[in-house]
Structures are given as C-alpha cells and as structure tokens.
Write a protein that binds this ligand. Structure first.
Ligand SMILES: [Zn+2]
Length: 464
C-alpha cells in the first residue's frame, strides 16, 4: 500500500485542499479525497507515505492519438506549401528509411517527452508494419519496438494497431497488408498482451484513403470480437471529403454509416469537416471523437467543430498526433483558443453543455475522455481506477498567481497557462514513479541522445 499526500488534489469536479490517495500494490486507487478520511481508511494503516509538499496531484493526461515516429519530422512542416507535398517530401521519405533502431529512438524520445509533460497514457496509432529494406512483413517485431519503448519510459500504452490495405504510391509499401493478415496480427497482439494491464490493443482501419471497405469492416468486426473500440482518421483535410464523395459516393461519416460499421465503438480522429448532418449522426450512434488541435494548426487542416459536437453530447478526447510538441495540457489550451478564434468569443468549451463556465469540461478532454476512447481504466483519481498521477509545482511561475488561491483558479491555470515541462515534477503510472524531479527514471537524458545519435534514419537529415 502507498499513500500519496499533496496540498491540492484533483477529483472529478475540481481541486480539493489537502488531499490524499491510497494505492494498492497492483497500482489501483483504493481511496482518494480529504487527507483525514483517507488516512482513516481500514487499509491505510502501515502504507508507505509519499509526501508532496508544495504540489498539487492530478490525474495523468492522455494523448489519445499519437504517431511517435513523427517526432523525427520536427521542423519539416515549416517548408512545404501543402499537406500533400509535405507527405511526399518529408513523411514518406522518412518512412522509407526508418529502421527498427530509429523507430525505437523516436519512440523513446516521444514517450519521454510526453512523460515529462504529464502524459501517463498514450494512444499510439501505429501503421508501419513492413520492413524498411524489402517490405517483408515485420508487424510483430515493429509493434514490440514501440510497446517496448513505452514500457521503458513507463507509460501506459493503448496500441491502436492500424489496418492499411491501399498501396498506390511510393511510401505506402511499409504500411500495406491484406485485411486478413492485419486481423490475424491484431488478434495475436491482443492475446499476447491480454494479461498485461498496461498494454491494450485496439484495431484501427487507417482512413478512407488508406483502407478499403473490407479493411474498415474488418476493424469494426474485430472491435466487437475483442470488446474494444476502433479508431479511424476521418475528415481531416477538406480534400478527404472530396475523395470520399468521388470514390465512395458520400461524405465520410455517411459512408461509414452506409457500410453499417458506425456505432458506440467508433472513434473518429479529427472530424474537422463533418457536416451538420454527420455531427448529429455521430451523436445519435454514440460515437466519440479525438481532436488534435496543435497538429491541425501545423498542417493547415482546419478547426474541428468541438463546441457543436460537445453540445450534442459527443465525448471529445485530445491527441498530440504529429508530436511536434507532445503535451496534452498544450492541446487543452489550443483546443479552446482555436474555438475562440472561430466563434469570435471567449470561454467556448468551458461553457458548452452547462450554464456556468467550468474548466473541468476542458480538463476532461485531456484525461477522462481520453481514457474512455482507449478502453483504459484511468483518467481520474477515483477508487478502482489506475493510480496514474501527475504532481505539479504550485510555485511554478506559469501557475502563479492562481496557485496561491488554489481551487477553481488553479484548474483554470492548468487548462490555460501551465508550462507543463517545468511545472510537472513527478509522474506515477499505476503508483510507480516514472518521472522524478523532472527526469524520466527509466530513460536518462544521455541515453536518449545517444540512441538518437545512433539512429540511421536521422543521418540523411543531418547531411541535408
Ligand atoms: Zn493521425
């Protein structure tokens, strides 16, 4: 048993003064709340105490959509004039030379940075299944590289395993396989990690341009069989809508519904260009959405209709996608600011769905809703859930002066002004410390730099 004590504790609804969390040996929360009450819990006697003075303790954040290897593309989105040219000039050439050592170094970098920014669960949408030199199937080994990197850093990982069966262009050779091969690999991976509480496996037909109807149906069927949700990139760029109309005879979500796959297991990634009819359709079918505001800005995708979706009751989670700056607190802030630019008013997401402004609605996007779309039992400091927790320094300048007051002011600062990489001091996943005093315990900074120095995929970029 472990007992964590902090000056402020985030519970669903807001921050409470002088809180405590009691965690069992498996890493699940037994009790959370006022210090005196938690100490009086029958199982609290003899628990090892971790006191966090000058800290607030909150649930770890969830990046519900990430492509870890894309950290290698940092800076590249500043050059090309269009998404399509960026894919051709930067993304696909990187994919072509990304061997396993480079993939591992990229994932270690991405996940380490996430941990230091207070992410405790990553939804890793993985679609590199074939070898870099001869395109031979390497799905299992490549999956283990990424899952192994998350394990070394200590992050909880939802491995969102893509199904990609379209192979028309240079660069897609590393993704493509038959839906049957994909289904077999996903079943095997799911079975292999069935006993591991820190790894979940979800199927994900890549998109309407990367997956055929058969692949999409395979993903939806597998989700039902495995008891998981399934993810798909949808309506990210305006061109995705035109593509869907041209090749499938309807707008993207209408097509999914026509194929009979849209239901409460469906999780859309992006959904920027959903029509009003499609937004209502998603709400009616009880699907969910993952938004990636910083990436959407970087790639010139557009602004997702988050206020409209939330007003309809659609759960919205957040992802760091391209991972130029993998930081879910930053995504919370960007999500709200983009809505303000679009709606030309303030406090958009904090007021959507309620009479009084409540930053909890924004905080939930980066925590509870993220856990839900990844089928992970975390996202809040509540009994029964995993003790995935982040300690923040109340004296960090980015939280002042709000942290002097605490309570609702502190929550507003967390969703709008926090500088996560300096404010987050300690991170725990299932009660185990993965970041101590701003350093990743399992992957020292020097080891990370060395892994990147040795990564072959980085070399052409250095010479360029
Ligand atoms: Zn993506």
């Amino acid at each position: 048993m472990q007992l964590f004590l902090a000056d402020w504790l985030h519970r669903p609804g807001g921050f409470e003064k002088d809180g405590a969390v009691l965690v069992d040996d498996a890493g699940r929360i037994v009790a959370a709340g006022a210090r005196a009450e938690v100490r009086a819990h029958p199982r609290a006697a003899g628990a090892a105490e971790t006191t966090l003075p000058g800290r607030a303790l909150l649930p770890g954040t969830v990046s519900a959509h990430s492509h870890a290897f894309q950290v290698m593309l940092r800076g590249s989105s500043d050059h090309p004039p269009s998404f399509r040219e960026w894919v051709k000039a930067h993304l696909y050439p990187l994919v072509e030379r990304l061997d396993e050592a480079s993939l591992e170094a990229a994932a270690l970098l991405c996940f380490s940075q996430m941990a230091r920014a207070g992410v405790t669960t990553v939804g890793e949408f993985h679609y590199i299944h074939n070898a870099h030199d001869d395109y031979a199937p390497r799905s299992r080994a490549l999956a283990q590289v990424v899952i192994g990197a998350a394990r070394r850093v200590g992050l909880r990982i939802a491995f969102v395993r893509a199904i990609y069966d379209v192979q028309e262009r240079f660069g897609q050779g590393r993704f493509a396989e038959s839906p049957q091969d994909a289904a077999r690999a996903i079943r095997e991976l799911h079975e292999e990690h069935a006993g591991d509480p820190h790894v979940t496996v979800l199927p994900a037909p890549h998109s309407l341009h990367g997956a055929t109807r058969e692949a999409v149906e395979t993903g939806a069927t597998l989700a039902r069989e495995l008891g998981t949700r399934w993810h798909i990139h949808l309506a990210e760029q305006r061109g995705d809508v035109g593509y869907s109309e041209r090749f499938h005879g309807g707008t993207p979500l209408v097509v999914l519904d026509r194929w009979g796959v849209l239901d409460e297991r469906t999780v859309l990634v992006h959904g920027i260009w959903l029509t009003a009819e499609e937004r209502e359709l998603l709400a009616r079918k009880k699907g969910a959405l993952i938004s990636n505001p910083v990436t959407n800005m970087a790639l010139g995708d557009g602004i997702a209709p988050l206020a409209e979706l939330m007003a309809l009751g659609v759960p919205v989670a957040l992802g760091t996608d391209l991972n130029a700056a993998p930081n879910v607190f930053g995504e919370m802030r960007a999500a709200e600011l983009l809505q303000r630019v679009h709606h030309l008013r303030m406090g958009v997401l904090s007021t959507t769905g309620g009479a009084t402004p409540d930053p909890e609605r924004i905080f939930a996007m980066g925590t509870r809703h993220g856990a839900r779309v990844l089928d992970v039992e975390a996202g809040a400091l509540e009994p029964g859930l995993w003790a995935d927790m982040v300690a923040i320094d109340l004296a960090d300048p980015s939280l002042l002066p709000a942290s002097v007051l605490g309570g609702a002011a502190l929550l507003s600062a967390v969703t709008s002004s926090i500088a996560a990489e300096s404010a987050v001091t300690d991170v725990f996943v299932a009660g185990r410390q993965v970041v101590r005093q701003r350093e990743v315990v399992g992957v020292p900074a020097a080891a990370l730099v060395e892994a990147l120095r040795r990564a072959p995929a980085l070399r052409p970029l250095q010479r360029a």
